[in-house]
Write a protein that binds this ligand. Structure first.
Ligand code: FPP
Length: 224
């Protein structure tokens, strides 16, 4: 049976969740952060899942209205500070991916602090993709390689922010696209596109996806 070692999620639908309730879009992000916590705790308690990568802010999200971007930055800062005890209690290592240099020095400090404080944890690795874009990640990895000739897949893979292949990739919110998320690592991922808006996503729904995943025959291009 397949093991869901690495789960990656495109958390879409926060804005629509809020608008449906006549709330401001940012309320949806706030609720979304609660779901991040509960899904992370569930994955940390699982024996099979060892990595959870969540798309929290893309390289394209800077195009949003300034106030929404500012809100997301504050929310992330608040979340990391508030949830540090949760990371430690559940033995979760925080490993951000993405180009963090674009963030304010204060936010970079918070990110670095939580990363440092949890680096000894050897349970679940929770990666938040922050100012992340897969194309940007691949270009940065390529530029980091000294010898640009005779590059192998392994060499490039080791230079990426996220070095682990994805087993399950979920996108909430109804759209069926990858939006520049983990394009390399998801080469053989099983894709799950669901209509549920991220703030409504539940552990129950994740469990259903995992049990479907376990029954899939994964051939990785070969024959069974
Ligand atoms: C997409 O919903 C979501 C985002 C761009 C940000 C994801 C952020 C969170 C889940 C909350 C913050 C996370 C942490 C870790 C603190 P959308 O706004 O595009 O929704 P829409 O498609 O309905 O407009």
């Amino acid at each position: 049976m397949n093991k869901p070692k690495h789960i990656a999620i495109i958390m879409d639908g926060n804005g629509r969740w809020a608008q449906k309730r006549n709330l401001k879009r940012v309320k949806g992000h706030e609720m979304g952060a609660e779901v991040v916590r509960s899904i992370t705790e569930f994955c940390a308690a699982s024996e099979e899942i060892n990595r959870l990568t969540l798309y929290a802010f893309s390289t394209e999200n800077w195009k949003r209205p300034r106030l929404e971007v500012e809100f997301l930055m504050k929310l992330l800062d608040k979340y990391l500070k508030k949830e540090l005890p949760t990371y430690l209690k559940n033995n979760i290592k925080f490993e951000p991916i993405g180009d963090l240099r674009a963030f304010s020095p204060n936010l970079q400090k918070t990110i670095e602090h939580v990363k440092e404080a949890t680096k000894h944890c050897d349970g679940l690795v929770q990666s938040l993709a922050l100012n992340y874009g897969a194309k940007n990640e691949i270009v940065r990895a390529f530029n980091a390689l000294k010898d640009k000739k005779n590059i192998t897949e392994e060499m490039l893979s080791n230079a990426l922010d996220c070095k682990e292949d994805v087993d399950i990739l979920i996108r909430t919110g109804g759209d069926k696209r990858l939006s520049n998320f983990l394009l390399w690592q998801a080469a053989y991922a099983e894709l799950f596109f669901i209509d549920t808006l991220w703030p409504d996503f539940s552990i129950k729904e994740l469990e259903k996806i995992i049990s479907k995943f376990k029954k899939i025959e994964r051939r990785f291009g070969g024959l069974k």
